[in-house]
Design a protein around this ligand. Structure first.
Ligand SMILES: [Zn+2]
Length: 385
């Protein structure tokens, strides 16, 4: 699992004149066994740099060290899904190997800084959730993040043993029930106190509650006002028999549902902006132009969508086609996936990128964006298609 500390360390790394090698390799159809082949063919792309006279001696040494280290990565066979990302600057003492919970395209880059965007895009998809499983006498709290579940703590409160009502008079039975209810209420308050502490100390975005279907609604009534909007969903589980795997599966389904709902809401918001003539872009041509002028605040991309296109590395112009950049007149660079270049540009300008998996109207447009300002006219006539 990737921690914030690891991400910060990679982001903050400064090797001066030394280059950083960033590599991403996703687990594909052939599973983890193909990973080392994928990694070797990526390394092949940068081998000429070991002998590139335009680089300084230490930079070349560093790249050679990076390649050797990445060739000998360990534990690849255990990466069954997702992707491996490596950030290495051997002469600058940087080496980070992380496993991403989702697959990304295989890519390698040698640059002055670590290329973290694909990693950040994957992490954006994940919400840190606090999961509480509660019954009338005990509660346990868990954290679900990046497909992993870890226990945070719990409370055990004394409850009355199952009362044996046989032989009791009605009035006494009533008292026993009241006493049991009081204990349950006190237990719920203790469980809520634990939740409150966890939310104040941690950075949980979501709260998920599991338990008996007839007890969970009562427990929800005990939640303080500030925790109520965090509730992403509830699930049915028996605390005495549930395994951590059961809890994880139930909670994951709720998080997934929450993410899809969030995506539908975002797509709805952009369409609403279009309908009410507020700054927005719909479709690839407008979104690429919006990216070229740094107008994109939030970009929505239909998951798995790719499109070939052109980029001007000088002015940042992005388009589906064109050999010459209309902004600066320089020749453009062709790319297999201009949407990826767009996403990079948006993140580089401080905007956000969200991949939409939900079934929405975005499928007809592939990309859509909320903009910071209305788009100026495009410099070239619209391509006829
Ligand atoms: Zn240009």
């Amino acid at each position: 699992m990737i921690t914030t500390e690891t991400v910060d360390r990679i982001l903050r790394f400064n090797g001066g004149d030394l280059p950083v090698v960033s590599l991403y390799a996703g687990v594909g159809r052939d599973g983890p066994t193909a990973l080392s082949t994928q990694i070797n063919s990526l390394l092949h792309e940068i081998r000429p740099l070991e002998r590139d006279g335009s680089l300084g001696r230490r930079a070349r040494l560093s790249i050679r060290g990076d390649i050797e280290r990445i060739e000998n990565l360990e534990g690849l066979e255990r990466v069954e899904t997702g992707a491996v990302a490596v950030f290495s600057c051997s002469e600058g003492d940087l080496f980070e190997q992380v496993v991403l919970p989702r697959a990304v395209r295989d890519r390698i880059m040698v640059d002055a800084t670590a290329w973290v965007r694909p990693m950040l895009a994957v992490l954006d998809e994940y919400h840190r959730a606090c999961v509480m499983v509660v019954d009338r006498r005990s509660a346990s709290a868990w954290e679900l993040y990046q497909d992993e579940l870890r226990e945070l703590g719990g409370v055990q409160d004394p409850a009355l043993r199952k009362p044996n009502y046989a032989g009791w008079y009605g009035l006494t039975e009533h008292r026993v029930r009241n006493r049991a209810d009081d204990l349950t209420k006190r237990h719920y308050r203790n469980a809520v106190r634990l939740l409150d502490e966890l939310f104040r100390a941690g950075d949980h975005e979501l709260l998920i509650i599991g338990g008996h279907p007839e007890e969970v609604p009562t427990f929800l009534d005990f939640l303080p006002q500030h925790l109520r909007p965090k509730v992403a969903g509830t699930f049915t589980v028996d605390l005495r028999t549930a395994t951590p795997a059961d809890i994880r599966h139930s909670a994951e389904r709720i998080v997934e549902q929450y993410e899809r709902d969030e995506e539908r809401r975002w797509v709805g918001e952009v369409l609403e902006r279009v309908a009410t003539r507020r700054p927005a872009a719909l479709g690839l041509d407008d979104c690429l132009w919006a990216g070229s002028v740094a107008a994109v605040q939030a970009l929505l991309v239909q998951d798995e969508a790719t499109a070939p296109g052109v980029v001007c590395d000088e002015s940042g112009w992005l388009a589906r086609s064109g050999d010459t950049c209309p902004l600066c007149g320089r020749p453009t660079r062709r790319t297999e996936d201009v949407i990826d270049e767009l996403a990079d540009a948006v993140i580089g300008e401080g905007g956000s990128v969200e991949h939409v998996l939900a079934d929405t109207e975005l499928k007809d447009h592939i990309v859509a964006a909320s903009l910071r300002f209305p788009l100026p006219p495009r410099p070239t006539p619209e391509p006829r298609s």
